[in-house]
Design a protein around this ligand. Structure first.
Ligand code: SAM
Length: 292
């Protein structure tokens, strides 16, 4: 953000105080409000998504605007920040004014927002997500990645570990397979509870996801992969030949295990993303199995 343009901004702590965002009645636990008031930290997060020049950025839940300020410093063309809490929106008024048209606040629920309708070209998503809706938002984006060029997202550490876990790990599951099939995924750094106001009970982590360039036929496989991983991890202690029987005919499964050299006695946790994809490709190619 060009120095002079934002010189008159009040310190974040004062913005939070003046708007009563951390007062007993002001702060909303239900909205997952754990604010970052240290600009060194928000700059570290925004820089992961750099460069932002020439880009449109979507931010979910700008709150008092700590991460928004860091995003604006990197001079994107446009930032749409979606916020549900009107008190936070009031707190952002000065930043909107000084941004001279770059920052627009969209008041509403991010779960109900049609992101594609806000942006013509591609967008980068950057957010310190409200924890209660973070996973759902990520899954929604994964189903509609066509104009998303990257996602830089703060989650509870436990969710971040589920996203990035490799097979053979206890955190590995449906979310790991879906995210890693569709995106290159990196856990960039962890943050301790005390850097947030108010402090949550658990550590948080920033994840960076870059969608892979997949063809339509690969994307068409997604519902099939979801159906398979839903069944396999829904009964994760069972052998695959048992857990997958609920969604695929036994004969087709046996053919797939044999052709792909996968032990039918294996458990979901031990199957790599590539193996899940091969299984999905093989089974979806059989006439006896409806796609999706
Ligand atoms: N970005 C700010 C920061 O880093 O300090 C605030 C992050 S705080 C973890 C989550 C923010 O999301 C809050 O400002 C909260 O009001 C907002 N929020 C919660 N649920 C939302 C929803 N469904 N749609 C849009 N914003 C939401």
């Amino acid at each position: 953000m060009p120095d002079n343009q934002y010189k008159s901004l009040l310190p974040l702590r004062q913005v939070v105080g003046d708007n009563g965002l951390l007062s007993r009645h002001g702060f909303s636990k239900k909205l997952g409000q754990n604010f970052l008031l240290d600009l060194d930290i928000t700059r570290r997060i925004a820089k992961i998504a750099a460069p932002l020049k020439g880009c449109t950025v979507i931010e979910i839940g700008p709150g008092p605007g700590g991460l928004t300020r860091a995003i604006l410093e990197l001079e994107p063309d446009k930032v749409f920040a979606i916020e549900k809490d009107s008190k936070c929106i009031d707190a952002l008024a000065e930043l909107v004014k000084l941004s001279e048209g770059v920052l627009s606040i969209v008041e509403g629920d991010a779960l109900k927002t049609n992101f594609q309708s806000l942006v013509d070209g591609s967008m980068k998503i950057i957010a310190n997500l409200p924890y209660n809706i973070g996973t759902q938002l990520l899954i929604n984006w994964l189903h509609n990645l066509s104009n998303i060029s990257s996602l830089t997202l703060m989650f509870q550490k436990e969710v971040a570990l589920r996203i990035t876990a490799e097979h053979g790990n206890k955190d590995y599951g449906r979310l790991s397979v879906l995210c890693q099939y569709l995106c290159d995924v990196t856990l960039v750094f962890d943050l301790p509870p005390h850097v947030f106001k108010p402090a949550p009970k658990v550590f948080s982590s920033v994840i960076h996801l870059v969608p892979k360039k997949l063809e339509k036929k690969d994307l068409d496989l997604v519902p099939f992969i979801e159906k398979m991983t839903g069944a396999a991890f829904g009964q994760r202690r069972k052998m695959l030949r048992v857990s997958l029987k609920s969604v695929f005919p036994e004969g087709d499964l046996n053919k797939a295990f044999e052709t792909l050299n996968i032990a039918p006695t294996e458990r979901a946790e031990n199957l790599s993303v590539e193996q899940f994809v091969s299984l999905a490709q093989f089974l979806s190619s059989l006439d006896s199995i409806p796609r999706g």
